[in-house]
Design a protein around this ligand. Structure first.
Ligand SMILES: [Zn+2]
Length: 595
């Protein structure tokens, strides 16, 4: 039994004894009066001196809340294990304030976990303990003036909430404010800035460092039409909601109250961030007791492509004390499957040899119908064009070489995959090909090192080189390819593939870099496609004006940065090549001739 449970049992016993004494007294004197008093006591809560309280919160209320909250669990042990595994795949998991401070410079797989405590104080403590046991630090946003705080008019937090927050903070977690200021102002008639100022000061007086908040949402926000963070100058939505509008709320008893919205900067309150505005690139929440999108989908994309993941977890949904778990099905977004994305798996396979990266892969995968419905890719990625030509003369490094030179175990999953994958040369060993697809990402991006004796090349991630001095004794820095080198290598490699696979057409895709500042200095590589069209027969370059690009997975390469575009964007890009003559090569008759 925990200390608080013991306390509750003791106070309940005292309450029973006092009630018993009362009954004996009544039996002697006035039964009727006591019956009325007991009836009244059952209707309102027993007075605190009878009922007892824990940390300033009445025990009857505490018991009632515990019962209600324990019946809400929808996530159990299996979900905790999956969550732990997802977080383990991150390079780093940090509280929100720390993630915000590093929003422009994060490791490949960066995760931050936020807990909106809402109504469940005790489960927040249990979650915080579970995280601490698993080496996870996160952020807990306390819902000020909720029942465990002491109610909407309580200017001071109860001892109960202070004690819980102390425990959470002592485990290494951040404490933030779950901002409910506007809703509380409508409910009580108090000024929202006063509420905010008062409650932050009260928490800080207890020693909590609070630099962030996040808006709480509840029915009144939807009924009246506001977000609690609209009192911050940084969080307004002027396109859709006038920042100075008047909110009016009519309570269930029929009384109306109005509030004119105003804003002040967060800094006025010693706040640095609002968690909805920290610039994450991936987001998953358990709102409503279910994942808002399939967990496996986030797990998979985070594993493959990394990014800055923000997880929102409400402790109330999670079972830590053997409660009954009633899972709710995940909402699966109604993605419209189309011929473009699904293709026609029963169609004869169309074999494509791809020396390219995500641009080629996504362009084909998201437009399968353009490639006969059943494209089959043999693909090498993360290797420059010259690496393949080297392979034919001096060979290639092996995976063992990569492991010997770089500490791949310390790398995140996708970086490790790329580092090891750069030595693969499957495109030189395909059975057949009906189309060649190239993109210019690797030649634009990778700086290479050449082995002083063997002559082959690879790229290395400087942060993972095992022994820099030994490495430099063995390799010479040959940096990035020039445009002329890349063009000449492309010509030679296409000729090489055609020796193997016949005179097949080439679809050449320019990897757009309009949302990837790092490669803007290499924008002259955009001309590789048009130059190849001049240098070789049956090369068709697909490229689009930057203004026609529709970015996808924004933030996957850093804040505001991406190398990914939507399926329709790639489709337009491919269409440019189709109209130049590639279309003829993709018609069933032509591919039938070739296969
Ligand atoms: Zn909330």
């Amino acid at each position: 039994m925990t200390a608080s449970q013991e306390r509750i049992r003791a106070t309940a016993g005292r309450a029973r004894r006092l009630a018993g004494r009362g009954r004996r007294f009544a039996g002697r004197v006035r039964r009727g009066l006591v019956r009325r008093a007991r009836k009244q006591a059952a209707r309102v809560h027993l007075p605190a001196f009878l009922e007892g309280s824990t940390g300033g919160i009445g025990n009857a209320l505490l018991r009632k809340k515990r019962r209600e909250l324990a019946a809400k669990r929808t996530f159990g042990a299996h979900d905790l294990a999956r969550l732990e595994q997802l977080l383990r795949s991150a390079d780093e998991v940090v509280p929100i304030a720390e993630a915000y401070a590093r929003r422009d410079d994060w490791p490949e797989r960066f995760a931050t976990v936020r807990h909106d405590m809402d109504r469940d104080l005790e489960n927040a403590v249990r979650f915080a303990e579970w995280e601490a046991e698993h080496g996870i630090r996160s952020t807990y946003y306390v819902l000020h003036r909720d029942w465990y705080w002491g109610g909407p008019r309580a200017s001071k937090p109860s001892a109960l909430v202070v004690q819980a927050l102390r425990r959470i903070a002592a485990l290494g977690h951040e404490i933030g404010l779950h901002n409910n200021a506007v809703a509380l102002a409508l409910e009580t008639g108090l000024d929202p800035f006063d509420i905010l100022e008062n409650d932050l000061a009260a928490l800080r007086r207890h020693g909590f460092t609070i630099t962030g908040s996040v808006a709480h949402g509840e029915p009144i926000c939807h009924q009246v039409g506001f977000i609690n963070n609209e009192i911050f100058a940084e969080c307004i939505r002027p396109e859709t909601h006038r920042p100075d509008r008047t909110l009016t709320w009519t309570d269930p008893a029929g009384a109306s109250r109005s509030l004119q919205l105003r804003q002040r900067p967060m800094a006025d309150f010693g706040l640095e961030y609002e968690a909805n505005f920290i610039g994450h690139t991936r987001y998953l929440s358990d709102t409503g007791g279910r994942w808002i999108r399939p967990f496996a989908e986030i797990d998979d994309v985070f594993d493959r492509e990394g990014g800055f993941l923000q997880l929102l977890i409400h402790p109330v949904w999670w079972a830590f004390s053997g409660e009954t778990v009633t899972p709710r099905p995940t909402i699966v977004p109604a993605a419209a499957p189309s011929a473009a994305t699904v293709g026609d798996p029963s169609a004869p396979p169309f074999r494509i040899v791809v020396r390219g990266d995500c641009c080629s892969r996504r362009a084909i995968d998201m437009n399968r119908d353009l490639f006969g419905g059943n494209p089959q890719m043999v693909r090498d990625e993360k290797a420059r064009t010259d690496f393949f030509l080297d392979h034919l003369s001096v060979g290639s490094p092996t995976r063992d070489d990569v492991v010997r030179l770089m500490d791949v175990d310390r790398m995140g999953t996708s970086l490790r995959h790329y580092a090891l994958g750069q030595v693969e040369r499957t495109t030189l060993e395909a059975d057949s090909a009906q189309l060649l697809v190239f993109d210019n990402y690797a030649d634009m991006n990778f700086a290479a090192w050449q082995h002083r004796d063997h002559g082959w090349k690879l790229w290395v991630h400087p942060a993972f080189i095992r022994d820099r001095e030994a490495f430099e004794r063995e390799f010479v820095d040959i940096r990035q390819l020039t445009f002329d080198e890349s063009l000449a290598d492309h010509v030679r490699l296409i000729e090489e593939y055609r020796r193997r696979y016949g005179d097949v057409a080439v679809l050449y895709l320019h990897q757009p870099v309009a949302y990837y500042r790092k490669l803007e200095p290499r924008i002259d590589f955009r001309a590789i496609g048009p130059e190849l069209e001049k240098a070789l027969p049956n090369v068709y370059a697909g490229d689009l004006h930057d203004a026609d690009l529709e970015p996808d997975d924004m933030g996957s390469c850093g804040p505001g940065q991406t190398l990914h575009f939507t399926g329709p964007t790639y489709r337009k890009m491919i269409s440019v090549a189709l109209e130049k003559g590639l279309g003829e090569w993709l018609t069933p008759s032509k591919s039938a001739i070739l296969s």
